[in-house]
Write a protein that binds this ligand. Sequence first.
Ligand code: WTA
Length: 653
Amino acid sequence: MADSGIENLLHEDRLFPPSEEFAAQATAQAALYDEGEADFVAYWKRQALERITWYKEPTEGLDDSNAPFYKWFADGELNVTFNCIDRHLEKGGDKVAFHWVGEPGDTRTITYRELYEDVNRLANGLRSLGIEKGDRVAIYMGMVPELAVAMLACARIGAVHSVIFGGFSAESIIDRVEDMKSKLLITCDGAWRRGSVVPLKENCDIAMESTPSVEHCVVYKRTNQAVSMTEGRDIWWHDLVAGESSECEPEVMGAEDLLYVLYTSGTTAKPKGIMHTTAGYLTGVATTHALVFDIKSETDVYWCAADIGWVTGHSYIVYGPLANHTTSVIYEGTPDYPEKDRLWSIIEEYGVTILYTAPTAIRAFMKWGVEYPERHDLTSLRLLGSVGEPINPEAWIWYHENIGGTVCPIVDTWWQTETGSIMISPLPGVTTTKPGSATKAIPGITAAVVNEEGEPVDPGSGGFLTITEPWPAMLRSIYGDDERYVETYWSQHAGLYWAGDGAKLDEDNYLWILGRIDDVMNIAGHRISTMEVESALVSHAAVAEAAVVGATDDLTGQAIVSFVTLRSGVDESDELNDELRKHVATKIGPIARPKSIIFTPDLPKTRSGKIMRRLLRDICDNRSLGDITTLADADVVATITAQQAEARRSDEE
Ligand code: WTA
């Protein structure tokens, strides 16, 4: 999809130069590129010293003595919450940290001082449950301010948080809690979603039957539905914090102490626990949030409309904005509830100046039509961002015209759970943008598109996206699996970070990210592993074999299509088809529910028995099949192609 129409868009008239409003800082911003290029370690060290308040300033920059286990600012000492909250109190404790909008329409305004008190009370509560520095705490909540409070309370006392997206299933909680042996689980009774309740506590109850490491479960009351509380194990949040002091001495953390782990899908069925440490991560998110979004903390009302359960929310709802003393909006629900103008009504109400969202959302807005944004005054907006998947030029232009009123620059930001912070993006003051291109690496970051041999490709060609030098917010490893860390990210080409994305370099050296080239799908901006869905499918008694691919989809970028071979004696039926799709949703979560399942007597395999996913993808996308001479049984392809064509026809009807 990102590929579509690129050539047309390279004409002069489709270039978007930096707007007047941003011109004032253009020179200063341009100088940052030179500074980063001259000495990226010195550049990041300057950012770390200027943007972070340290208990002990680091003398070190990058330690690459044990590459790829890099360390940054290793002899420094700090606490992330001191930087995100305490240091702002004197000059602006009454400033709003979060304007929170609940899905049913209730709202809350939380100042920095209130956040300070809430975080400290919970931090003291956690300590009273025996949580200490280095302990792991799993957090499975909806989009309530207490989710941010829970993360920060962990960081306050040096506990490591692991946030589990509230849309995941009980089984996904088990995997993640077990991997880290989390001692505590923090959840809500339920979460609002399109007017109904997602039973978060109930999912935790199922999970906790298989997670012996969990000693306690803290439950925040949000939806008020009845939940069962197990005596001695489960505690209401309000009971835990009642009577706790609003003062809590922050733990002094080493720069390389673990801040959090966030799981993401890889090429195997087991999600990877991506490890982020304290100082480098904070430096990365604070710097990029300030530069890419041109944050003016006095006047901006910033809104990252992601979920805190993904890395975008960690870095650009919680840590980056708070470090920069920003006022943010947090919205609990979906953009189409109760009506399809919910986002625009919130922007008007709070005078939002910066909006950061995903291409899938933008394509949904396009489909719903301009009448919804047109109902509202969006002139407060001055900058727009995009993240999570390639943005097709059509969506970019629509966003620019209908939401940005043709005056807001768009920052298309490429990064990953692993990178921690934004890596490739325009800077609004200096970069001429091209719709569909994330443009160039930001100051201090060096990206390259390389060929199979790891050599940089020429302008005008495509290849694999790599990062050529370490950066402060980079992942430090995969939790409990250093070997997999080295193998996944550092073994394709010596010394280069392997992103797993394909990219094109145009004649102006602009980068066009084409999407994943491994077995990871990107569904509506969410990473889902083909293997994870396959293993969920084969865990069903009716399934003998399954192959899963991400097929091109106009709305969600990719959609999950599964090819399933049933066990002998099992008949295919529409009911079974539905049941299998539901089975995957129960195993992983609703986001992993296949869009379609195609029953097939056999799967196309190479002579050595490997499933030919590329071929299946091509069949789904109706592309020419290319070389299939290695295929063991060419008949299989003919059968699947015919079935897929049939499915497409009935889809269109
Ligand atoms: C994709 C989300 C194109 C990419 C922050 C990457 C993008 C994966 C962009 C990481 C973008 C993210 N243009 N593709 N601007 N941003 N991606 O870990 O394939 O959930 O590897 O982090 O999303 O997804 P993750």
